[in-house]
Design a protein around this ligand. Structure first.
Ligand SMILES: NC(=O)c1ccc[n+]([C@@H]2O[C@H](COP(=O)([O-])OP(=O)(O)OC[C@H]3O[C@@H](n4cnc5c(N)ncnc54)[C@H](OP(=O)(O)O)[C@@H]3O)[C@@H](O)[C@H]2O)c1
Length: 270
């Protein structure tokens, strides 16, 4: 399992918590060295202490700072001697109706979740060694749009399209682009649970570690797209192809989601 990643060098965005931190831990456990990217310097430094300075380095930056993204791959190459993997995982969601948010807030979702990965991928490709990977963390919301998450759904659907098209063109350079699309994951991203649409909770919740396992599975097997859970990905595909079926199923899924949400809150003692 680990042979393919041993000695490889990775950039992971959103590595200060949740899925990104779990991916960084698993990459280091598999023998890779990791550049950790996020805004919160103190959390990145904690992670470097945990993972070891030989294996991890902190790059505190905002992915909306494109100048910082442009120079990042070269900096990582100089620090670790190469670059093999880019994991675009940093993400932002502003839940609620479009009119509840300013235009700038909605644009921030697109910039963070879509434009920044496009920018960093473009900056990284010339530096990635043959056999390298770009893995993008999207969402089931990118496979079937979620009500009251319009900008978020659009950003993740865009990231999915970008990844698929990119993979076609990267083959000629000996590179691969993959997508991991999770349903609900038990991280701080869930935020104010009351604000999360019941529909989101209708799908089984997974841990950051389970999503990180899927990222490593892409790297180890070359699988191009993994939805988590896989059955939810199939359901999302049907919902996208047949919007009337999705609308018909929605009351049922919302009832299930409301029950799951109550159980989740009870588990958390809230
Ligand atoms: N949790 C879920 O239910 C779920 C479901 C589907 C998909 N996802 C996707 O999974 C990814 C990771 O989310 P998570 O669940 O692990 O949430 P999380 O624990 O809140 O992690 C989000 C990460 O992104 C970083 N980040 C956010 N904005 C950033 C910016 N402008 N510049 C640099 N870093 C930024 C955060 O670090 P700082 O705050 O320190 O910058 C943090 O490390 C996201 O792309 C999200 O859309 C999550």
């Amino acid at each position: 399992m680990t042979a393919r990643l041993d000695g490889k060098v990775a950039i992971v965005t959103g590595a200060s918590s949740g899925i990104g931190l779990a991916v960084a831990r698993k990459l280091v456990a598999a023998g890779a060295r990791v550049a950790l990217v996020a805004r919160t310097k103190a959390k990145l430094e904690d992670a470097v202490r945990e993972l070891g300075e030989e294996r991890a380095a902190a790059y505190p930056l905002d992915v909306k700072d494109f100048a910082a993204l442009a120079s990042l791959p070269e900096q990582v190459k100089q620090r670790f001697g190469g670059l093999d993997v880019l994991v675009n995982n940093a993400g932002l969601n502003h839940r609620g109706s479009v009119l509840e948010h300013s235009a700038a807030e909605l644009a921030d979702v697109i910039t963070t979740n879509l434009t920044a990965p496009v920018y960093l991928t473009r900056a990284a490709i010339p530096h990635l060694r043959r056999g390298g990977f770009v893995v993008n963390v999207a969402s089931l919301a990118g496979m079937v749009p979620v009500p009251h998450e319009a900008a978020y759904s659009a950003s993740k659907a865009g990231l999915r399209a970008f990844t698929r098209s990119l993979d076609d063109e990267l083959g000629a350079r000996g590179l691969t682009a993959c997508l991991v699309s999770p349903g609900p994951v038990d991280t701080g991203f869930v935020g104010d649970v009351e604000h999360v649409p019941d529909l989101v909770f209708s799908q089984p919740m997974r841990s950051a570690e389970q999503v990180a396992d899927a990222v490593l599975e892409c790297l180890e097997t070359g699988e191009r797209e993994i939805a988590i859970p896989r059955l939810s990905g199939a359901l999302a595909t049907v919902g996208y192809l047949f919007p009337s079926v999705a609308r018909g199923l929605r009351p049922l899924l919302e009832r299930r989601g409301a029950a799951n949400k109550r159980a989740y809150l009870a588990r958390k003692g809230r």
